[in-house]
Design a protein around this ligand. Structure first.
Ligand code: PEP
Length: 262
C-alpha cells in the first residue's frame, strides 16, 4: 500500500490572523489523519515557525517556499537553508515554475539548492514541469527528464530517498491553469519515475514520492491519487482555505481505505 502525501503552498498569501484561524481550524483534523497520509504545509517565511509550533503534535510537516543557492554570504534578501532549518522547516520547495519564470531560477540553481538542503538534513521538494510550448511540441517527457536529471546531478543514491518530486505542468498552475487530465498527470510522473530509474535503478526510484500539482480540486483529487505513479498531491488554491484542505484530506483518506481493501 502506498503512503499518500498531501500538502499546500500558500505562496505569497495570508496575514498573521489568517494563519491563526487556518491552524486552529485544521489542527484537530490533522491530528486524526490516517498514518498512511503524510500532510505538509508550506507557508510564507514569516509564518513557518508559527505554523510549525501550532501544528507540532499533528504530524504535519512544515516547509519553506525557496532557499538561497549558497549557505551564507552577500545575497541580500535571501534566506539560507540553515536559517530555514532554524525556523523549524523540514521541507524545502525548490524550482517552482513561478521562481523559474520571475526570479531567475534555473536547473543549475535548483541542483545547488537540492544539495544544500540534503546536507542540512532537510527534504527537497523539487518542482518540475513542461511549458505549454513543450506540451505542443510533444517534448513533455524530455523536458521533465532533463529537469529531474539536472536537479539531482551528483546527488548520491543514499540521499535521494529524502527527495520528493512534484510534477507541476506550467500550463496547469494557477488562475489561468487548465487542470491536467489524469492521463497527462500520470504520463508526466511516469517520465519522472523513468528518469529516476535511469539514474538510480528501480528499487531506489520507487522510494521517491512523486506528487502531482496544478489545479487540483475536489473533483479530480481521487482519480489522480489512484494513478500508479502519483503518490500525492501538491495543492495551491483549493487548500488555501482550511475547509478545502479538509475536503482533500477526506478524499485522500477514502483512497487509502480503497487501497486497504483492494
Ligand atoms: C502551484 O502553483 O504549485 C499549484 C499547484 O497551484 P494551483 O493548485 O492553485 O494550481
Amino acid at each position: 500500500m502506498k503512503k499518500i502525501w498531501l500538502g499546500s503552498s500558500w505562496k505569497m498569501n495570508k496575514t498573521q490572523s489568517d494563519v491563526v484561524r487556518y491552524c486552529e481550524f485544521i489542527k484537530p483534523y490533522l491530528s486524526a489523519v490516517d498514518v498512511e497520509l503524510q500532510t505538509f504545509l508550506v507557508p510564507p517565511f514569516p509564518y513557518v515557525k508559527q505554523v510549525g509550533s501550532s501544528l507540532a503534535e499533528t504530524g504535519c510537516l512544515t516547509g519553506v517556499q525557496n532557499v538561497g543557492f549558497e549557505s551564507a554570504g552577500p545575497f541580500t534578501g535571501e534566506i539560507s537553508v540553515g536559517m530555514a532549518k532554524d525556523i523549524g522547516a523540514t521541507l524545502v520547495e525548490i524550482g517552482h515554475s513561478e521562481r523559474r519564470e520571475w526570479f531567475g531560477e534555473t536547473d543549475a540553481t535548483v541542483n545547488k539548492k537540492v544539495k544544500l538542503s540534503l546536507l542540512e538534513g532537510l527534504k527537497p521538494l523539487i518542482c518540475v514541469g513542461d511549458t505549454i510550448d513543450e506540451k505542443r511540441w510533444g517534448v513533455t517527457a524530455e523536458s521533465i527528464s532533463r529537469q529531474v536529471k539536472i536537479a539531482l546531478h551528483t546527488v548520491s543514491a543514499d540521499l535521494v530517498s529524502q527527495v520528493i518530486i512534484a510534477y507541476e505542468p506550467v500550463w496547469a498552475i494557477g488562475e489561468r491553469g487548465l487542470p491536467a487530465t489524469t492521463e497527462e498527470a500520470e504520463h508526466g510522473l511516469s517520465a519522472v519515475r523513468l528518469a529516476l530509474i535511469e539514474l538510480y535503478g528501480k528499487t531506489i526510484a520507487e522510494k521517491v514520492p512523486l506528487l502531482y500539482g496544478g489545479s487540483v480540486n475536489i473533483h479530480n483529487a481521487k482519480m489522480l491519487l489512484r494513478q500508479q505513479n502519483i503518490d500525492g498531491l501538491f495543492v495551491g488554491r483549493t487548500a488555501w482555505h482550511p475547509e478545502g484542505l479538509l475536503r482533500l484530506i477526506r478524499l485522500a483518506s477514502e483512497v487509502i481505505e480503497e487501497q486497504a481493501y483492494a
